[in-house]
Design a protein around this ligand. Sequence first.
Ligand code: NAG
Length: 432
Amino acid sequence: MHLSLTTSIAFSLTLASFITCLPRTSPAMAKRASPTPMVFAHYMLIMQPKNGDYTADINLAKEAGIDAFAVNYGGWNVDWTQHEAQLEKFYKTAEQLGFHLFLSIDTTSVKDTDMIINLSNKYAGSSAQLKVAGSILLSSFQTDPPAWNWKTDVVDKINSPVLLLPGTLSDDATALFSDNNIPGAGPFTWIHPSATPEKEHSTDLALASQRDRTGKLWMAGIAPWFFTHLNPDKNWAHAQDDQIFVDRWASLLTLKPNFIEIITWNDWSESSYISPPADASSPGTTDAYWGSADHTAFRAMSKVFIKAFKAGQDDVVAVDAADEGVYMFYRRQPASAVGTSDPLPLPSDAGYLKDAIFVVTLLSAPAEVTLVSGDAASVAWTAPAGLQKKSYPWSLGTQVLRAKRGDQVVADKVGAAVVARLDKYDGNVVAF
Ligand SMILES: *[C@@H]1O[C@H](CO)[C@@H](O)[C@H](O)[C@H]1NC(C)=O
């Protein structure tokens, strides 16, 4: 195993080489009244917050500029009575805190359209129900199209106007925006499993272009990370590795989906969370030891990207002083090191992962940044105002990141050690 113990030559990932510019929206389209851009976060109701209290999550989401939680309703072996009670408590808490929710039906487990219709009717009048121009928002998580027709079997039977944004894993932009396939307002596109950054980007370009051509809406999903290692059938990393989040946020700022949904808020079992890490008592996390990694940076960065997105910026041109930050994220072990006492093989797509430390600066003004990776010599550079992402091959040991502007300390962070091998494989990252 080659561990790059001595290499500390910097290479900078150039966002511009990956992100190409799309033609601007045509004048005809620009005249069309369109909803205000909003950002949501996908909330796994089956992964309960500590003591079943949604207050902390709602406050953190508000602080990040998130407009609503898309509540993932359903899941394997769900106790529906308990699930319904949890949803009720979520809506009540959101009402009290002046926050918004909408249903994202998990069609891999919800099989009864009456359940969707009843819940939609029940919460349509709640002050916490997210509405767009008077219509309740309704979305879904789907791996395959459900057995029903969303319009005739569901939307037409709900007692209030509905803005439907059904989820999909398809990357066929033309089909997704055709009338027959999406009877509602437009697709909510999840991250595509195994899609490389280049493939995901070309799909995004096609989706944006079909959105412009049809005048429908597009809700894009964006994930901070994806990794799971539960059993032989659910053991994967993601081919987009470090480019899955920051690079794609930069790209989506230029493509301007109508809405963005962060996937997810709290799916610790798939490493796709921007919430605090799993609490030991959280359901569904017993085997997901990787869900305890700090993802604070992903939520902090989201705040800046969300502001830029809502302001219609093509780029993170300016970062408010109160929001600036210097972050790093990395796996705590080499991508190809199988655990010493791990019954599972390497996750799929592990071959795409880089043994590197990724540094993201979101600054209001330039700052001097220093990185010390393990026992390697330190590297230092001047980071510009705005967004920069850099990558350095790491050395085993503690990771230290500092940033200064004159006498002002902008960041002073010491992160968990990178080790040659763990007991059990960990493809999640620490991000702080
Ligand atoms: C939906 O509501 C109707 C009318 O109250 C009721 O008869 C039915 O059992 C409900 N179905 C579900 C799945 O909640």
